[in-house]
Structure formats: C-alpha cells, structure tokens
Ligand binder design. Structure first.
Ligand SMILES: Nc1ncnc2c1ncn2[C@@H]1O[C@H](COP(=O)(O)OP(=O)(O)OP(=O)(O)O)[C@@H](O)[C@H]1O
Length: 580
C-alpha cells in the first residue's frame, strides 16, 4: 500500500513535514468544530438563549473557515511540488532517452515511452497531489481524534481503537488484490498501445500483404484484454470502497449505541456524548478517503513506478562520464580492437571481434551480404550503440564497453549520420535543412538547396522555404529526403565525419547516380564511412571493409582486394559482377 518510490523524490521530506503540520491543524479544527457544535446544542437544550450559544456558533464557523484555509494552502503547496517533480521526471526521462540512444525505446516500446513522457507524467502529477495528504492524514488525524475521544468517553475510545486495525487489515488485503489487478491492467495497456503503434507503422506492409484483417482482429483482442483487465480493477475498487464504508459505519453505529446506553444510565453528559458522536465519522473519514483515492490514483502509482524504472535503467546502462576528443583531422586515428556487439535479447552477436584501423580523411566503403553487420558497425561508429566488448581508440584515448563506446557529445557533434530513410521533421523545408546548423542564413540554405538539387522541389512548394514538409505536411520521395540529409551536411561544415548507412538503398539507379555526383565532392576532406549494397560506389572509396557474419573478412584497397580473389571478389561474383 505504501509507495516507497515516493520517498526517493527529491524535496519530499520538507513537504511531508508541512503536511504533518497541516494535518495537526486540521485535527485541531475538527475537534474545535465538534466541541463548539456540541456546546451550542447543549447550551440551547439546557434552556440557554441564542445569545449564549453565539460564541460557540462563531467558534464552529471559525474552525470551518480554518479548514478551508488549510486545504487551500495545502493544495497550493502540493500543486507546486507535484508540478516540479513531474517536470524533473520528464526531464530525466528525456535525458535518459537521448543518453541511451534509443535503448529505452527498444526495451520498453515506442508507445510505452511516449505514454510515460506525456500521459504517464500527468497521471503521476495527479497521484502525488492526491495521495500525499491522504498518506499523512490517515496517520495523524485519527490518532489525534482518538486521544480526544478517550478523554471524552473511554468506551467510545476503545470501540474506535479496535475498529481501526480491522479496517487496516481489510484495506491491506484488498489493496494487494487491487495492486495486482492494476499492474495487470497497466501491462495490458502497454501491450495494446505498443501493438497499435507497430500496426500504424507497418500499415502499408500489412495492406500490401493482405494481413490487414488479421491484424485488425489482433488489435480487437488486445483492446478486449485491456477492457477485461480494467473491469477487473474497477470491481476490486468498488468492493473495497463498499467494505471500508461498511466497517466504518459499523464502528460509528457501535459508538452511537454505547453512547445511548451511557446517556440513559447517566454515566455521560450530553455535551461529551454529542462531541464523540460528531468526532466518530471524522475519525474514519481519512482512511475511507485514502481507500477510495488509492484506487482512483493507482494508475498514477504505476506510472510513477514505470517512469522511475526507466530512469534507473537508463542510469545503469549509460555511464555519466564525458570524454574529450579533438576534432577529426587528417592526422586523426580511429581503431577498433576485438569489438563485439549483441543486440538485447539476441542469441548471437551481430559483431564479433572486429578489428579496424582508419587514419585521417578517407572514404571507407563497408560491404557485405544482408545481415553481415554493416548497419551495426555504422551505428557503433556513430555512437548510437555501445560495444559489449573490445576497445575503441581515438587518437590514443580508449573508449571501451564500460564507458558507453562513442556515445559522447564530443564525438557525436562531429558526426553526421545519414541512414536509408533520413528523418524529415514536420517543420518547414528551411528548418529541416538547418537541422545541424540552426543559425544558417537563407542565402546559405539556398546555396545548399542548389548544390544538392532540391531547387526543383523548392519551385513546386507554394510557400517556398516556409512550406511544411514531412509528417503532417507535404510528403517527400526517398530521393528528396536523401537530398535534405545531404543539404544538412553541407550547411554544417564542422561535422568532419560522415556515416552513411545504405543511403541509396531505396532509390532508382538514375536518382542514385545523380545524387552520387553531388555526394562525392561532399566527401572530400572528411572521414566517410559508407555502408552499402551497391558495389558501384566501391571504386570511389579509398579503403574497403568486407563484412561477413559479423566479422571483418578482409579490408584494403578495392582493386588489390579484387585481384586477391578473396571475400570481396566472392561478393562481387555473387552479385553477378555488378561492380566491375
Ligand atoms: N534490432 C535488432 N535486434 C536484434 N538483432 C538485430 C537487430 N538489428 C540487426 N540485428 C541482427 O544483427 C545482425 C547484423 O545486422 P545488420 O543490420 O547490422 O546487418 P546489415 O549487414 O546492415 O544488413 P542489411 O544489409 O540487411 O541492412 C543480423 O543478424 C541481424 O539479424
């Protein structure tokens, strides 16, 4: 029932301290209300005038106003605290997302991470706001009211004392069941949302292969599972509230009956009896509220646990250390020694014992059959993934698995990564091109547009550089997206390392050759890693790496390798001599 992750939140202890003070003031005002109301009624019952009862009535309204004031101050404090916590959690989650270079998404699913950042964080905010005052109130208020009841009437005090553990026992029992149901509901929700996002992504493929209907049935099934899990959770929540209400009502009824007996035999006065009677429901109120709010905010509790779990996992997987490497120059040296990498959950390594040594500014072509490890090598060199074993050395500085490989900003700020499908943001053409260099002027953007051959597209756009492209805007072809990626590289001259991962895989040969003539000049004076299936690029490369089954089968000059009739020659032969 008690959420331990709450106590790991920064700044929680002063807030809890203030909540204890608020709860004590609330307890005092509840007692004030009960005593003043009983005194007013007793005064008038004993024949006193309204004027005699007026001070008591005034005290009653004073206590009432004090409670409203305490609630107002408490809500303000909790709003600020919850808001700040959630902003921090969001920030840490996003920082972890970027630091883990997508590992968080691979481990938890796109939808789960997106949900946590947006909806989950809001639910957590709500949870903190609701549950913290209840957590304190459930301990402090009944305790103070119980002491007061004992002072007023011993028997009533004993009844109230005995009923409390009974309620707690049922709450813990039902809470355990509710927690299991809510966790199951959250797991079903995560599954449903991840499945839905995957379906949206693969919609074209599913339709092309006629699997749309079958997938629709799967979506129905996952939604149905979520519905059943939600109903299960609600059943327990309703049952729990009913049980709590029943026990609390029995407790108040027991007190009322005993008070009636004592009033009849004269062992208690009207004032004390009335005061205890007013206090009894107030005694059970915090635990009843805690019970109902606990169920209402269980989704927030799960969201907090999920967010904290993701943040902790990100901290564990990524060392915080940053490294300094000099900007890449003609004298720089990159070496990989026995580098290996296995994807999470995979049985066999995608890279094993890779050895490489690359010096200065040269064009390195990486070839191999599908699945040989080209993309994995490219993403390791871009710093998106960290090796599991071996060492990467840049100019004598070593970056091994414990240090997160090349995932540090000094390196990544030098790298431009151009994948098969460069991401086109749903913003203007200008901002898309200025991705690496947001300060660029319109003249610089226009020069890049001409150099990469985007002028034809620009002429068709109604609002020129201001036209929104990509998602939500004008859709682009694969070739146009590649040109935007190249224009980005052109604008940021400081990125001296270009990593291409099969950039022309989706293009027709005419577009590819046209782009090739624009890409080759860009590659001069830079370190270029060019992973490709298209062998006609190799003659333009200075160094060739041939990957086979996650390992470097051979490396060297293109023509020399062909003459040796080794791995490259076999690859070319298998591809019907396409490169020759
Ligand atoms: N996300 C992943 N999870 C698990 N295994 C993966 C993942 N991505 C790639 N692999 C596996 O790692 C190995 C190397 O894959 P990689 O994509 O690096 O090869 P590739 O040579 O680039 O292939 P292609 O030319 O088809 O893109 C393959 O066996 C592949 O199945």
């Amino acid at each position: 029932m008690m959420d331990k992750s709450l106590f790991s939140l920064p700044g929680i202890m002063p807030v809890m301290g203030m909540l204890v003070v608020f709860a004590l003031v609330l307890s005092a005002s509840i007692i004030g209300e009960a005593v003043s109301l009983s005194a007013a009624i007793t005064t008038m019952w004993q024949g006193g005038s309204l004027a005699h009862a007026l001070p008591h009535i005034a005290l009653f309204f004073g206590c009432f106003a004090l409670q409203a004031l305490v609630h107002h101050l408490q809500d303000g404090m909790l709003d600020r605290f919850a808001n700040k916590q959630v902003e921090c959690l969001r920030g840490e989650l996003l920082a972890g997302l970027f630091r883990t270079r997508g590992q968080m998404v691979r481990d938890n699913g796109t939808a789960a991470v997106t949900w946590s950042v947006l909806e989950g964080a809001s639910q957590t905010e709500n949870y903190l706001r609701i549950i913290l005052p209840k957590l304190v109130g459930v301990v402090v208020i009944p305790f103070v009211l119980l002491i007061c009841s004992f002072v007023l009437d011993l028997t009533s005090g004993i009844i109230l004392l005995v009923m409390y553990p009974v309620i707690i026992f049922y709450m813990v029992m039902l809470g355990k069941v509710a927690k299991a149901r809510a966790e199951n509901q959250y797991a079903k929700y995560t599954r449903m949302s991840n499945h839905f996002v995957d379906t949206l992504r693969g919609m074209d493929t599913l339709r092309a292969f006629g699997r749309g209907r079958q997938n629709g049935e799967q979506i129905y099934q996952t939604s149905e599972d979520f519905r059943v899990a939600t109903i299960d959770t609600l059943k327990v929540a309703t049952l729990s509230s009913a049980v709590l209400d029943l026990i609390a009502t029995l407790g108040v009824a027991g007190v009322a009956i005993m008070l009636a007996f004592h009033l009849v035999d004269g062992s208690i006065g009207l004032f004390a009896a009335l005061a205890v009677l007013v206090l009894s429901p107030e005694y059970f109120k915090p635990i009843r509220q805690f019970g109902s709010d606990y169920h209402a905010s269980l989704d927030g509790k799960n969201a907090l646990a999920a967010i904290v779990g993701m943040i902790d996992a990100a901290k564990e997987t990524v060392p915080a250390r940053e490294h300094a490497v000099a900007p890449w120059s003609p004298y720089s040296m990159l070496e990989l020694d026995e580098v290996s990498y296995t994807y999470p959950g995979a049985d066999t390594p995608a890279l094993k014992d890779v050895y490489l040594s690359i010096e200065g500014c040269q064009k390195v072509g990486v070839v191999g059959v599908s699945g040989s490890g080209k993309s994995t090598l490219a993403s390791l060199l871009a710093g998106f993934a960290s090796p599991d074993g071996g060492t990467i050395t840049i100019d004598g500085a070593t970056f091994d698995a414990d240090e997160g490989g090349l995932g540090f900003s000094d390196w990544q700020n030098q790298v431009a990564y151009i994948p098969q499908d460069p991401y086109v943001f749903g913003v203007s053409l200008r901002d898309n091109i200025r991705f690496y260099a947001p300060e660029s002027t319109d003249e610089q953007v226009m020069r890049a547009v001409e150099l990469v051959g985007l002028d034809e597209l620009l002429a068709q756009l109604p609002e020129g550089l201001d036209t929104v492209i990509g998602e939500g805007g004008r859709a682009l072809s694969g070739g146009q997206a590649q040109r935007i990626a190249l224009a980005r590289v052109l604008l940021d001259d400081s990125r001296r390392i270009l990593i291409f991962d099969e950039p022309t895989a989706h293009l027709d040969i005419e577009t590819e050759l046209e782009l090739k003539s624009r890409m080759l000049p860009l590659m001069e004076g830079r370190l270029v890693i060019f992973a490709t299936h298209r062998l006609h690029w190799l003659a333009d490369m200075d160094w060739i790496i041939v990957m086979e089954d996650g390992d470097v089968a051979e490396q060297g000059d293109y023509r020399e390798l062909l003459a040796e009739r080794g791995a490259l020659w076999r690859l070319v032969e298998n591809m019907n001599g396409g490169a020759r």
